[in-house]
Write a protein that binds this ligand. Structure first.
Ligand SMILES: *Cc1c(COP(=O)(O)O)cnc(C)c1O
Length: 387
């Protein structure tokens, strides 16, 4: 057998394997699972988007290779959505690039900017791609712990000077997966100061910018980086329009960053299927009623889930945004032990916090992407669960 490359061997073992095994065992015993583990909406893509896709698939023009950087029309739609939403002007030709889902861009950006000897600042707990993509590029991830007492924001003042000098990229993600935390203006301002001082490219993952509750409106980092010199922001249609399976997103921000990411991509992929880009245009420029409906549905579920888990006697707080509730496991348990016990005894699946990095130990994540009747069933089971 051929030995795989070190970069493959060094990928940490799949942390949810234990949970998957437990799930299979419980299912085999005939118990119905209530799965709060998946960050994928159970709600279908809005009809207007699907209709546009169907029409676009019938046009032979769309069966051919798309342009690498994305159709100008899609990038214009993204720019006009951005202007409406954040009041930031973007040049569609030079400050927007189409992505095959935002994960694709996030995974590729370290290849464009970091190499051996460089450092990439990575939050933990966090979306695992930041760290792994950094390692693939041969650069060194430096973990910024996100702690509850700091509102799950990284403390830049704790990062050693010699690390900051070597840092090329800073990954941040607000509203945050998995903690549900949101960033305030002061944090974005501090981030920008750091980027300017040490010449770091800030990569803000804004996958949940449109999933927010109680009237809260998350901000774009480009509202602070008015010169558009230091930041890229990664956006996704996945969570906003229930399009996780379609694979469409975009990055915006400093023209240099967009150019270099685009240059890398032309040598790897051949762009997003044009029919999907047309559907994306419809999503971004058509009626936004579905987004408001989605948020009010999720807000209701969030409240139900919080009530249900409170019966465990633990502190469960309502997040202002994202699909996720992040809570401490009861005293005396590790994340994995608690999650396994919960599955075994109730069939309720939640995600151990340690799966998002060592700093997630002691927490678990509940995803609110399941229907109300399932949540009610979970509430019933939780009432008779003994810690
Ligand atoms: C879902 C998610 C993404 C990726 O979204 P796609 O556009 O579907 O690739 C990126 N970042 C975070 C934090 C996410 O939760």
């Amino acid at each position: 057998m051929v030995k795989p490359a070190t970069r493959i061997e060094q990928i940490p073992p799949y942390l949810f394997a234990r949970i998957d095994k437990k799930k299979a065992e419980v299912r085999q015993k005939g118990m119905d699972l209530v799965d709060f583990g998946i960050g994928d909406p159970d709600i279908p893509t809005p009809g207007n988007i699907i209709a546009r896709m169907i029409k676009a698939t019938q046009d032979p023009q769309n069966h051919r290779y798309p342009s690498y950087e994305g159709m100008l029309e899609f990038r214009q739609a993204a720019a006009s959505w951005y202007k409406k939403r954040f009041n930031v002007d973007l040049d569609a030709a030079t400050e927007v690039v189409t992505l095959i889902g935002s994960k694709e861009g996030i995974a590729h950006i370290p290849w464009a900017y970091a190499q051996e000897g460089d450092v990439v600042l990575v939050p933990s707990p966090g979306y695992p791609v930041y760290k792994i993509a950094t390692m693939f590029a041969g650069a060194t991830p430096y973990i910024m712990p996100l702690r509850e007492e700091n509102g799950f924001l990284p403390r830049y003042e704790d990062i050693p000077e010699e690390i900051l000098k070597k840092a090329k990229i800073l990954f941040i993600n607000y509203p945050n997966n998995p903690t549900g935390a949101c960033a305030d203006d002061a944090f974005f301002e501090k981030t920008l100061e750091l980027a300017k001082r040490y010449d770091i490219l800030v990569c803000h993952d804004a996958a949940y910018s449109e999933i927010a509750y109680d009237g809260y409106r998350p901000k774009s980092i480009l509202e602070f980086d008015r010169e558009k010199k230091h930041c890229l922001e990664f956006h996704s249609l996945s969570k906003t329009y229930c399009m996780t399976g379609w694979r469409i997103g975009f990055a915006v921000g400093c023209a240099d960053g967009i150019y270099n990411l685009g240059k890398l991509k032309t040598n790897i992929d051949s762009g997003a299927f044009q029919a999907i880009q047309y559907a994306g245009i419809e999503a971004l420029t058509g009626s936004q009623a579905s987004v408001a409906e989605l948020n009010s549905k999720l807000e209701k579920r969030r409240d139900m889930v919080v009530e249900a888990f409170k019966t465990l006697g633990i502190d469960v707080r309502k997040p202002k945004a994202t699909y996720y509730i992040w809570a401490r496991v009861p005293k005396g348990y590790t994340s994995s032990d608690f999650c396994e016990k919960l599955i075994e005894e109730t069939g309720i699946v939640v995600t151990p916090g340690s799966g998002f990095g060592d700093e997630g130990e002691g927490y678990f994540r509940i995803s609110i992407t399941i229907a109300e009747d399932k949540i009610a069933e979970a509430a019933k089971r939780l009432r008779s669960f003994r810690i």
